[in-house]
Design a binder for this molecule. Structure first.
Ligand code: PMP
Length: 389
């Protein structure tokens, strides 16, 4: 395939920021928008809307292998992370998380412990971005831990977390375990009948659903005095008040079903494309480094440091490629990537790092274009800055 997935000849390689909507999700969302009905109403229109939501809840639950009753629909993973941490911390106690989490976890954890800074313990990562089980044991040993929150896959590097032993350690210490699985869900399999996490956050727009829809998985039977962020009519079993976003939720369900069906084939294909991109850039450009555990990453992500070459200049020199410097959530902010700094990279290295993230609709054409444009852009910046290669 040689066509580009983005509009106007743009090679869109920024799936970790947001993925294009899957055709199945678009179709279901639009169909739901053309009907009327509040999922809480008891007449036929309301029941039809409720049915769309029920179907989506089942589709999201199938993707995770959990029960539909364990899914709370939210406005996204940011809200799901806030809900999870607030609920688990409602009786106080310590929060353990890691230095490479998304701000939706980091800022919530800081806010919850603002009056007791010692009640926040931050785990470090190694040079590959991996959290250390021994570090968790040490943090747990001080006792009174309410929750451990560790991400399933990092948004900047794609590095995965081996959640099972970490979950087990948290449970042995009497703590709840939450994972921000926003970048993993829909891309690699996850089985919540096997993996014993108590709480999990996901976001539909990362796997081809609409933006502004996500879910919190809250395992049935955990004792959790939930704390809604939004009070009102008691929707979503009291977790989140407000009229349900039926069209968005229906689209999220359709995206979950499509991602589930295509996952084995998609993850292999996307890994091959990512590897092609990575090896071509390393070979042609030299003096660069791939960040993160090479054999333990999401299929479509590569974080590449082009030594001495500012990432903003590279991206500006290749307007036909959509990629990002560090994480899109913090773009515009002058501070360097906290993830790369936590992995021991210098500020200069962090500022010279580009993240490409591919996904289900990425094509060979996108990758070929990204290779050609990146090579041209990096060489151009090196020439301008008189950097010897
Ligand atoms: N967690 C991670 C790891 C993410 O990558 C993102 C999105 N950048 C979020 C949380 C926030 O998700 P949402 O956009 O649904 O609020």
């Amino acid at each position: 395939m040689t066509e580009r997935t983005g509009s106007s000849g743009l090679a869109y390689l920024d799936y970790n920021a947001t993925a294009p909507m899957r055709p199945q999700a678009r179709e279901v969302t639009l169909a739901a928008m053309q009907t009327v009905g509040n999922a809480s109403s008891t007449h036929r229109s309301g029941r039809d809307a409720a049915q769309r939501v029920d179907e989506a809840r089942r589709q999201v639950a199938d993707l995770l292998n959990c029960s539909p009753g364990e899914i709370v629909f939210t406005s996204g993973a940011t809200e799901a992370n806030n809900l999870a941490l607030r609920a688990a911390h409602s009786a106080g106690g310590t929060v353990i998380t890691s230095m490479v989490e998304h701000p939706a976890v980091l800022e919530t954890a800081k806010n919850l412990t603002v009056n007791a800074p010692n009640a926040l313990r931050m785990l470090s990562v190694d040079a590959d971005g991996l959290v250390d089980l021994e570090g968790l044991h040490a943090a747990l040993s001080a006792g009174d831990v309410a929750i451990v929150s560790l991400m399933a896959a990092n948004n900047e590097t794609g590095v995965l977390t081996d959640l099972a032993p970490l979950t087990e350690a948290a449970h042995r210490a009497g703590a709840l375990f939450h994972t921000d699985a926003t970048q993993l869900v829909g891309r690699l399999p996850i089985d919540l009948a096997e993996l014993d996490v108590d709480l999990l956050s996901l976001s539909a727009h990362k796997f081809g659903g609409p933006q502004g829809v996500g879910s919190l998985f809250a395992r049935r039977g955990i004792s959790l005095p939930y704390h809604p962020l939004i009070f009102g009519g008691g929707q979503e079993r009291g977790w989140r008040a407000g009229t349900l976003n039926v069209a968005g939720i229906a689209g999220a369900g359709a995206a979950a079903a499509a991602a589930h069906r295509g996952m084995a084939e998609e993850s292999l294909r996307v890994t091959r494309l990512r590897d092609l991109l990575e090896s071509a850039l390393v070979e042609e450009l030299g003096d660069c480094r791939i960040n993160g555990a090479l054999d333990y990453r999401l299929p479509g992500v590569t974080s590449i440091t082009f030594h001495g070459v500012p990432a903003d200049a590279v991206l500006a020199a290749m307007p036909d490629v959509a990629a990002s410097e560090g994480s899109a959530c913090s773009s515009g902010a002058p501070s360097p990537s906290h993830v790369l700094l936590a992995m021991g990279r210098s500020r200069e290295e962090a500022d010279s790092t580009v993240r490409f993230s591919l996904g289900y609709a990425s094509t060979r054409g996108d990758v070929d274009q990204a290779i050609a444009s990146t090579i041209r852009a990096v060489r151009q910046v090196r020439t301008t800055l008189a950097i010897p290669i």
